[in-house]
Design a protein around this ligand. Structure first.
Ligand SMILES: C[S@@+](CC[C@H](N)C(=O)[O-])C[C@H]1O[C@@H](n2cnc3c(N)ncnc32)[C@H](O)[C@@H]1O
Ligand code: SF4
Ligand code: SF4
Length: 331
């Protein structure tokens, strides 16, 4: 969700000094861990999450408790478009005035389904595209099936509307920079709003490799150039400002945020709510609960001793292990 310059400036200052807001601003709800793909780089199997859908009644109870939230992301460790109640889920949260987004592999987004999702009021959709050509078998990437056509059709359907915004999300693997630049060119050609490049989490698969910090910096420079060339916004780090002057300021501040990179950017304003209503600090920790939303309210859990303890650097490092995907510096 886009913020005003004033809101972004306040947030920038808070992020610099790691002054946690009184409530989380983003809630990601694990509506399903089932998927129609089985990508080899995906953590859903190693994370040992139950491969199920969230009950719709439980979902409603959860959303009723999210009044202080600014954005709800309807995505767990699976494919959200697979959930039989997805449209009702979007409508229910929209009735409450929430900004709703989700991340999808795009393969199930037929024209008919796309129309229904738009009518339901989705505000933003990210599509995960690692490559615009079908990867070789055994590749550590999403397969390429129907999604490129589906996404192109989707963008045509919303032409002239300001929402939903369409983000192409991709992950940086070592030696695969060229593929990402091809994804950027394709995203610009079809008229997507932006391309967001994520760091790879390599903890669960020794075959996964990503560039080192210096190579990553070089990549970000080239990414900017390619974005400019094709006239599309690109971003490397999530959880920062995405537009206008605030984006430039955030880019300068990024290395100093969270007390100079001491804390992961995620713990500042985000919660992950799993299939049974447990509130966890991160999608990569789906089973580490700070409390259950059916028993307590969100603010109580957010400000609880357990959550506060999690935010302490040494404690968090024990829980998160080698993860550094959302730290401002790479190890
Ligand atoms: C787990 S998926 C769930 C949504 C949907 N199924 C999809 O693929 O877009 C969410 C995001 O996690 C990314 N992802 C999967 N494995 C990853 C890894 N090892 N490191 C970083 N991101 C990863 C995917 O590329 C996708 O953008
Ligand atoms: S499509 Fe998404 S959830 Fe499914 S296996 Fe691939 S990355 Fe994981
Ligand atoms: S360090 Fe990794 S696992 Fe821990 S909160 Fe940040 S992104 Fe999540």
């Amino acid at each position: 969700m886009r913020k005003s310059l004033f809101q972004t400036s306040i947030e920038g200052l808070r992020r610099l000094f790691f002054l946690i807001p009184p409530n989380p601003e983003i809630a990601q709800i694990e509506i399903t861990n089932r998927c129609n793909f089985n990508c080899l780089m995906c953590q859903r199997i190693p994370l040992k999450v139950p491969l199920k859908d969230m009950d719709f009644g439980l979902y409603r109870q959860i959303v009723d408790k999210l009044e202080v939230i600014e954005e709800i992301i309807l995505t767990g460790w699976g494919e959200p478009l697979i959930h039989p109640h997805l449209l009702e889920m979007i409508r229910y949260a929209k009735q409450k005035g929430q900004w709703i987004s989700l991340t999808s592999n795009g393969s199930l987004l037929t024209k008919g389904f796309a129309q229904k999702i738009i009518q339901a009021g989705l505000d933003s959709i990210s599509f995960s595209i690692d490559d615009i050509k079908a990867p070789k078998s055994g590749a550590l990437a999403h397969p390429v099936t129907t999604q490129l056509n589906n996404i192109e059709n989707f963008v045509k359907m919303i032409k002239g509307k300001s929402l939903p915004e369409v983000v192409i999300q991709t992950t940086l693997h070592k030696g695969q920079e060229k593929k990402i630049f091809e994804v950027v060119a394709w995203a610009a050609k079809i008229g997507a709003d932006m391309v967001n490049v994520n760091r790879l989490d390599m903890r669960f698969n020794t075959r996964l490799k990503r560039p080192n910090f210096e190579e990553e910096k070089e990549f970000v420079k080239k990414l900017d150039e390619v974005g400019k060339k094709y006239d599309i916004q690109t971003e490397f780090r999530p959880h920062v400002a995405f537009s206008g002057i605030s984006r430039q300021v955030y880019r300068i501040l990024a290395p100093f945020m969270a007390l100079g990179g001491r804390h992961c950017l995620r713990v500042y304003n985000y919660v992950y709510i799993n299939l049974v209503g447990e509130v966890t600090p991160c999608c990569a920790l789906p089973l580490w609960s700070a409390g259950n939303l059916l028993q307590e309210d969100l603010q109580t859990i957010w400000q609880s001793e357990k959550f506060q303890q999690f935010r302490q650097h040494d404690f968090q490092r024990k829980i998160c292990g080698k993860c550094d995907v959302l730290e401002v510096k790479q190890k």
